[in-house]
Design a protein around this ligand. Structure first.
Ligand SMILES: *Cc1c(COP(=O)(O)O)cnc(C)c1O
Length: 395
């Protein structure tokens, strides 16, 4: 294994940030294509920034955040947190209990690591299910919190019928329901015409303000006022709340959000998929783009259509390593940023090309196909050369 632990993942991230800086300083921001679907956007005018320097600004932005946040997520009250993970931690610290169950339902494993990690921190028993019957069978009277993931890190979407079933069961047992709708708050509603989590009966929801919208890395929570107040006071004790600069950027990101832009990515996805399917069998469609999972990538390399191997992988390269390697090649040789290159430790290694990303507007789909194709050929040359692979990952 090349990337063995969180420390290696951090080193890989440092290398990718250096590569990004190099590309931008040599060729300019316009030649870099961020297809992560995470924008890290900071839309603000100089008037906004002047206001930010005083105590007046935060008061104004807070009021606007309440209005726009409630339009976006529903609920009675909104609270901005530093990251979605911070909202998850604050909620579990507030509503979870030691030795009681926290039970999580999601459309497909794996869950975001912040959920089990936060449960572990308070000594709660953490259970997770992706099968509705198992979830129902294992529900007991010892549950302090139900968590639902509306759309996973890999953009697998929860069926609305299952959503309702889980919420009904929790309600009948007087257990609060918290929805991790990091990308789901927009994907589920804009692409799949599903209802907002709060409209489906959830007590609390958190969304990520840089997923499929032009906001900053941050989390936006909404839900019942009394629960939000409890979580808010807990979050302040540990510094989990968003700072005024993020709140300003969240307000601007919410103002700029238009679900029609998300829907437009669908045509581009179809066009790209036609090109890719002629040459590869590893690509799957996501709601707004295409992806390759670690398993499919390994399979594509070891068997091709005529069941001939495309390449020889070194024994100690894991399938996760292959994803990280490909992501770093995409970045260093093709100027394309995907999540596994820049992700925080523990995030999904799936390579995703998000066609709802802003930078896709300046990228021709045929050129994107060429870049994907070239990077895959480069990958095949590196998977049997440990020194070269380490250099691509960590230097
Ligand atoms: C992205 C994501 C998170 C975490 O968001 P951060 O901003 O990294 O804290 C949590 N859950 C899901 C399902 C996600 O997709």
């Amino acid at each position: 294994m090349l990337v063995k632990d969180s420390l290696d993942e951090m080193k890989k991230r440092e290398a990718s940030l250096r590569a990004i800086k190099l590309i931008v300083s040599k060729k300019g921001r316009n030649s870099l294509y961020d297809l992560t679907g995470l924008s890290g956007g900071f839309l603000a005018t100089s008037d906004d920034l002047n206001l930010l320097e005083t105590y007046i600004g935060p008061a104004i932005f807070e009021e606007e955040l309440q209005k726009l946040g409630k339009e976006h997520l529903g609920g009675e009250k909104v609270f901005a947190v530093n990251r979605t993970s911070s909202g998850i931690l604050a909620t579990i610290l507030s509503l979870g209990e030691k030795d009681k169950n926290i039970i999580h339902f999601l459309p497909e494993f794996p869950s975001h690591p912040s959920i089990p990690r936060s449960c572990n921190l308070i000594g709660a028993n953490y259970l997770e299910f992706d099968n509705i019957n198992d979830f129902i069978d294992d529900f007991s009277d010892n549950v302090s919190l139900v968590i639902i993931t509306g759309s996973t890190m890999d953009h697998e979407i929860l069926d609305e019928k299952h959503f309702k079933k889980v919420i009904d069961l929790a309600k009948n047992n007087n257990v609060p329901v918290f929805v991790d709708d990091a990308s789901g708050a927009r994907l589920r509603t804009a692409i799949y015409s599903q209802k907002k989590a709060t409209e489906l009966g959830a007590d609390l929801v958190v969304t990520s303000t840089d997923k499929l919208m032009m906001g900053p890395r941050g989390g936006l929570m909404a839900g019942k006022s009394d629960l939000i107040d409890i979580i808010k006071s807990k979050a302040h004790q540990f510094g989990l709340e968003a700072q005024p600069s993020s709140v300003l950027a969240m307000v601007k990101g919410l103002e700029a959000y238009d679900e029609e832009n998300l829907k437009k990515s669908l045509d581009k996805k179809d066009k790209l998929m036609v090109l890719l399917e002629k040459h590869y069998s590893m690509f799957e469609e996501t709601p707004t783009g295409v992806m390759v999972s670690q398993g499919s990538l390994k399979k594509e390399i070891t068997f091709n259509n005529n069941s001939n191997k495309r390449g020889e992988i070194m024994d100690d390269f894991s399938s996760k390593d292959l994803c990280f390697l490909w992501a770093m090649i995409l970045l260093k040789y093709e100027d394309i940023v995907t999540i596994p290159a820049v992700s925080m430790p523990g995030a999904s290694p799936t390579i995703r090309f998000d066609l709802a990303a802003n930078d896709v507007q300046k990228l021709d789909i045929c050129l994107l196909f060429e870049k994907i194709n070239n990077s895959f050929k480069t990958l095949l040359k590196i998977i049997n050369n440990e020194n070269l692979a380490k250099e691509v990952l960590f230097v």
